[in-house]
Ligand binder design. Structure first.
Ligand SMILES: [Zn+2]
Length: 130
């Protein structure tokens, strides 16, 4: 590993930020950290991680090929977490409002999403966009 900055924009190095989550060495303790690590997974094109952190019931319907294509076609240009509600270490569910900037076809776009997360057996999962 190098000391490259984590793509999630936290300002910390990848290896002490989302890196351990992406490699499976640790699980994100909060919904926001899961959300950030999922953004980092898009940037690093870690498609398996995107599937594994999806609510188990939805994993069968996960389109690996389409997600990989989308992740690869866009140039990810930054993440801003705007608001979180619950999703803390003692919570079982929570929401995160964020904006992810990306370049596609030479145009800068913003994906704004209110995401819902839920914890099961000590792990946070992404449920859906609200
Ligand atoms: Zn990070």
């Amino acid at each position: 590993m190098t000391d490259r900055a984590c793509p999630c924009g936290s300002g910390a190095a990848l290896e002490i930020c989302c890196g351990p989550f992406l490699s499976g060495a640790a699980v994100p303790p909060t919904a926001e950290k899961l959300m950030r690590s999922r953004y980092a997974a898009y940037v690093l094109q870690n498609i398996d991680y995107l599937k594994e952190t999806l609510w188990p019931k939805y994993q069968d319907g996960f389109d690996t090929v389409a997600t990989a294509k989308w992740a690869a076609e866009n140039h990810w240009a930054g993440l801003a977490v705007l608001e979180t509600e619950k999703g803390g270490e003692a919570d079982r569910d929570g929401t995160v409002l964020f904006e992810a900037k990306y370049l596609t076809g030479g145009e800068l776009k913003v994906h704004r999403e209110l995401s819902r997360f839920r914890k099961k057996a000590g792990r946070w999962y992404y449920i859906e966009a609200l």
